[in-house]
Ligand binder design. Structure first.
Ligand SMILES: [Zn+2]
Length: 75
């Protein structure tokens, strides 16, 4: 499954998310490059309910993964 849109497979996105959730910097599952994390949004719409997203980008292959970050939950 290779098309022109630079997307990860769902399993790859999940691996990236899990790595990030552990407090580690994820590496691209395709080429092993260290990914760049950017925070998106995070504006305060209301008290206690600011939604935050992380955007992880691979500088090498330009694939990216966006996912929501839930704050204040510890497992
Ligand atoms: Zn990559």
């Amino acid at each position: 499954m290779s098309d022109t849109s630079a997307r990860y497979e769902p399993a790859e996105e999940r691996a990236i998310r899990e790595t990030y959730a552990k407090g580690e910097v994820p590496k691209c599952p395709r080429d092993g490059a260290t990914m760049t994390a950017r925070s998106i949004g995070g504006g305060s719409f209301g008290l206690g309910y600011s939604r935050k997203r992380e955007w992880l980008i691979c500088p090498t292959c330009r694939r990216s993964a966006i996912f929501d970050v839930k704050r204040g939950t510890r497992t």
